[in-house]
Design a protein around this ligand. Structure first.
Ligand SMILES: [Zn+2]
Length: 175
């Protein structure tokens, strides 16, 4: 099922780009999948293209039922995963020397710990990041995002990189 509202898709796509910039992923290209996931238990998921700094974000239907604060935490969560991807690729090389069962047990344990770490980081950092734009309420959401930026400048974290954030390095939507 594609996004119902094209403007909302474009806003969220730009938001993912801005969040990636703020989360030190300026050298990564972000793709927001246009197709909304209707199955599965996750509100969002991500994957990276092996050998390229491409991150793909997938949104599920349940994402739209969340508060803007929860959506912000979710996008931050998915993007923070990118910082662990190189390490995960390195770990995958162990498949060559470990038995399938051993590899699966260790991988599951590591994934569980990564989820805990990523979620804790997202909880801690998300409050310093702007909120996404609500469909059909662009002015209000923009004002809220500006207020968040101002909070950031007041010393809770380093200033936002406005010049960097204005760049749209999202190449094209991933479909
Ligand atoms: Zn996760």
């Amino acid at each position: 099922m594609p996004f119902k509202n094209e403007q909302h898709y474009q806003d969220l796509r730009a938001y993912v780009r801005e969040m990636a910039d703020r989360l030190e992923l300026r050298d990564w290209t972000t793709f927001l999948h246009r197709e909304v996931q209707t199955t599965g238990e996750y509100t969002a998921s991500m994957s990276c293209t092996y050998g390229r700094k491409f991150v793909h974000i997938y949104i599920a239907e349940s994402f739209f039922e969340m508060t803007l604060e929860a959506q912000r935490q979710t996008i931050a969560h998915e993007l923070i995963h990118v910082h662990f991807y190189g390490w995960r690729w390195a770990f995958n090389n162990l498949q060559k020397i470990l038995s399938g069962t051993t590899f699966a047990i260790v991988e599951n344990s590591i994934r569980d710990q990564e989820e805990l770490a990523v979620d804790a980081m997202a909880d801690a950092i998300a409050r310093y990041l702007p909120l996404p734009t609500k469909p059909n309420r662009r002015k209000r959401a923009t004002a809220m995002a500006t207020r968040d930026k101002n909070d950031l400048v007041k010393g809770k974290d380093k200033p936002p990189l406005d010049a960097e954030c204005d760049r749209d390095r999202t190449l094209s939507e991933f479909e």
